[in-house]
Design a binder for this molecule. Structure first.
Ligand SMILES: *Cc1c(COP(=O)(O)O)cnc(C)c1O
Length: 423
């Protein structure tokens, strides 16, 4: 075999041995709760490894024990997901939220301080602001406008800088596409690291999928996904994933074993199938999104557009984008001229694009962040981060771009912009 094949070349075969499954070219769904040991000695050896009681012997492989701990569909999926981010190890979860909450629970303990970027996904925001304080974890948020000094000051102002332990980043942020400089945050928090307990940095990379941004290469320790989105890609499942180095992933996987929030074999199998087309789906979506964004950018009823492909050159955001992202992605947000009535008229007039939350699926979706995905965020903060009544978010799918633009165009035609908003 050629040494360094690209991930897309390996998604159909990597880590699967047909001879172990009657020669089936595709990995079967291993709908089984438990696995038969060849001998009591073998069962004992597997448990010794599972509980970290001893190191693996040369050439020894961990065997299958019980589907909460390991299952062939999940192991093969994890090995394939590793390839995209160049990670040592991966753990798949039953949802993006379970991936994120498991990481927060593993790397924070009572008295610790969490630094997080804002805006962040609504569910994550809720967990950070409503659950973590109940177990005595302190939290401090920062926005994409803040520089290294301002973030440092914000950490110190909490009075818990000596307990800074973990960082949760989401970039580009949902729904505004605002960017966080991962390397900059890494260097800020390293000032607070202690030799015995270094600060860990985790990035929610859902918006860029595993194709357009690789946070581990920019100083992150862990990368997390809602696999419900681009990785699953067909709007037919809920799942999550975490990737990182072997030591950190051992901690994540151990907590997963005891929370029992791993994905099911069936979901694992669905994701294996999705991974075969990950790259071509994402590239088709991105090519469509670039065309849709260009159309919206020139439209008289559009006040402004938030798309990575249209960031002005020479700005700080452009610099971060060029360093951190391999492409502009397929999430396009825009401000319609007017407010909620105009945004709603547009959404209600779409025919091909579906009115639904979620993103990254083959079909294009549209939604109103302020009243839907971000309804839980307080009003003042929404204004501050640019989530207004006029904001519409689009997730662009794999349809023909001419049909998408026709649909968006006719929906905009149906909107009457009030005189005072037209200027
Ligand atoms: C959807 C989403 C999540 C949550 O994932 P689920 O699979 O719905 O649990 C987390 N972060 C981002 C950025 C998301 O878009």
């Amino acid at each position: 075999m050629k040494k360094s094949m690209k991930p897309e070349s390996l998604m159909m075969s990597y880590g699967y041995k047909p001879e172990l499954s009657e020669g089936a070219i595709k990995c079967p769904i291993f709908l089984t709760s438990t696995f038969v040991f060849k001998s009591a000695e073998e069962g004992k050896a597997y448990f010794e490894l599972a509980y970290g009681k001893r190191e693996k012997l040369p050439g020894e492989e961990m065997g299958l024990i019980y589907s909460r701990i390991n299952n062939p569909d999940l192991e093969i999926l994890e090995n394939r997901l590793r390839l995209w981010d160049g990670a040592d190890d991966c753990a798949v979860f039953e949802s993006g939220m379970s991936a994120i909450s498991t990481v927060l629970l593993e790397f924070l303990k009572p008295g610790d301080l969490l630094l997080y970027s804002s805006p962040t996904y609504g569910g994550t925001d809720h967990f950070i602001n409503h659950f973590l304080p109940k177990i005595g974890v302190h939290t401090v948020g920062f926005t994409s406008e803040m520089d290294a000094q301002e973030i440092t000051d914000a950490i110190k102002a909490t009075g818990h800088a000596d307990r800074l332990q973990h960082v949760h980043l989401e970039t580009p942020a949902n729904p505004t596409n605002s960017l966080i400089d991962i390397e900059m945050v890494r260097s800020v928090v390293d000032q607070f690291s202690r030799a015995d307990e270094p600060v860990t940095v985790a990035v929610d990379n859902t918006y860029m999928g595993p194709l357009w941004q690789h946070p581990l290469k920019h100083g992150a320790d862990l990368v997390m996904y809602s696999a419900t989105k681009y990785i699953g890609g067909h709007s037919d499942l809920i799942a999550g994933a975490v990737l990182g180095n072997a030591d950190l992933m051992l901690r994540v996987k151990t907590l997963r074993t005891f929370l029992g929030n791993m994905a099911s074999p069936h979901t694992g199998w669905m994701l294996l199938r999705s991974l075969e087309t990950l790259k071509i789906r994402m590239e088709a979506m991105q090519a469509n999104a670039q065309k849709v964004a260009a159309f919206l950018n020139d439209h008289p009823k559009v006040a402004s557009i938030k798309y990575l492909g249209l960031i002005e050159e020479g700005t700080r955001n452009y610099d971060i984008y060029k360093r951190q992202c391999a492409g502009p992605g397929a999430m396009v947000s825009f401000l319609i001229k007017g407010g909620e009535p105009e945004a709603f008229k547009f959404l209600n007039s779409l025919q091909l694009v579906k009115l639904a939350v979620s993103l990254g699926g083959t079909e294009s979706l549209a939604e109103h962040p302020k009243s839907m995905t971000h309804a839980g965020v307080d009003d003042e903060h929404l204004e501050h981060i640019g989530v207004t009544d006029a904001l519409v978010r689009l997730s662009i799918g794999v349809e023909h771009h001419e049909d998408l633009i026709w649909d968006i165009s006719q929906a905009l035609d149906a909107v009457t912009i009030p005189e005072n908003a037209m200027a």
